[in-house]
Ligand binder design. Structure first.
Ligand code: TXA
Ligand code: MG
Length: 320
């Protein structure tokens, strides 16, 4: 594996422009969003998009999310139903992705959708991501900037371990404020919204907005053995050390991640789920770098944002 030494740059106007130029030239740029750092490429350049799959070692059946600057761009790319419009109005810009029917002749490279007739799109809220999208002026395909199956980056220096030499730079937008990947909302055969990946925007929040029941596949799948979005693997976010969940009495040789209470590392001393979401991936990295046989994690309540946290924890602990 070639470890990456691409420069980390502050997102001033000059570097944003340079990043946009690199995207135009078919190179990859890692950048901050409010959820996690993304590994971006020009979504209309098939060769560039393939570099993402190669850099991550990502299975080719796992489609990418298109990041866009505004609703005009969304309109050009996908069919937006009334329900989708309502969801967009409420949660964009923000940590929410919608899977919608792809329009014809959009120029989106086939590898972005992995051959599906739908496209996942998101308008991020992070100022730097928005500056980059505006400077670039087109859709940017971007998965999380980690090798496939490993822990997602929530700080610029976490972006590493990628293959190849196509990464032009990482734009440093600070620590991600949400810390977990966006909620992915799809639509079922009856056009009802379904949560394909839980995140900061909860099924309850969408349900309340629409006054409709919203299925949450993260709950339906229980122990995590149902694939909710194509390519989503049961094992994901994996540290090097084995992970055990819902541990209240860790062994002395364990690195224990707590949720308020006695621990080596604490997701949130005040048992605040937003803080726990923000710190989860960084703490998994920290725990991995400490001396110990395995990582144990205290129970985290599976309500509200805790649903997404438990989803990521289950995948971090899943057999590899
Ligand atoms: O917060 C996020 O969403 C981050 C930042 C960078 O925006 N991105 C991210 O991308 O998490 P990634 O590639 O790690 O996850 C994309 C997920 C995959 O699970 C994929 O299966 C799903 O989106 N997806 C993409 N296109 C889809 C489609 N057309 N239908 C269903 N699921 C799709
Ligand atoms: Mg990812």
């Amino acid at each position: 594996m070639s470890l990456h030494a691409a420069p980390i740059k502050t997102p001033d106007a000059e570097n944003i422009q340079q990043a946009a130029d690199s995207l135009k030239a078919g190179q990859l740029v890692a950048f901050a969003t409010e959820t996690v750092y993304g590994l971006g490429a020009d979504a209309c350049n098939e060769k560039a998009v393939r570099k993402i799959y190669a850099a991550k070692g990502r299975p080719s059946n796992n489609p990418l999310i298109c990041h866009i600057a505004d609703m005009d761009m969304a309109d050009r790319l996908v069919e937006i139903s009334e329900t989708a419009e309502e969801i967009a109005q409420a949660f964009w810009p923000g940590p929410m992705t919608m899977v919608l029917p792809l329009k014809k002749d959009t120029g989106i490279a086939p590898s972005v959708t992995a051959g599906l007739d739908t496209l996942a799109i998101r308008i991020p809220a992070h100022g730097m991501a928005r500056d980059l999208l505006s400077a670039f002026g087109g859709p940017v395909a971007a998965p999380s900037a980690n090798p496939s199956g490993r822990i997602s980056p929530t700080e610029a220096w976490h972006v590493s371990g990628l293959h190849g030499d196509h990464l032009a730079m990482t734009l440093d937008g600070g620590a991600c404020s949400v810390g977990l990947e966006s909620t992915i909302i799809g639509f079922d055969d009856e056009s009802l919204p379904v949560i394909l990946r839980p995140g900061f925007i909860t099924a309850d929040a969408v349900s309340e907005l629409l006054a409709l029941p919203v299925r949450d596949t993260a709950i339906v799948q229980g122990d995590g053995d149902v694939l909710s979005a194509p390519g989503q693997m049961v094992s994901h976010y994996a540290p090097d050390k084995p992970v055990a969940l819902n541990i209240t009495e860790p062994a002395p040789t364990d690195i224990h991640i707590g949720f308020g209470g006695d621990s080596d590392l604490d997701l949130s001393p005040d048992q605040d789920l937003e803080e726990a979401a923000r710190t989860l991936f960084a703490l998994l990295r920290d725990a991995d770098s400490l001396d110990g046989a395995r990582i144990t994690v205290a129970p985290v309540p599976a309500t509200g944002l805790g649903i997404a946290i438990n989803d990521r924890l289950r995948r971090a602990a899943a057999p590899r």
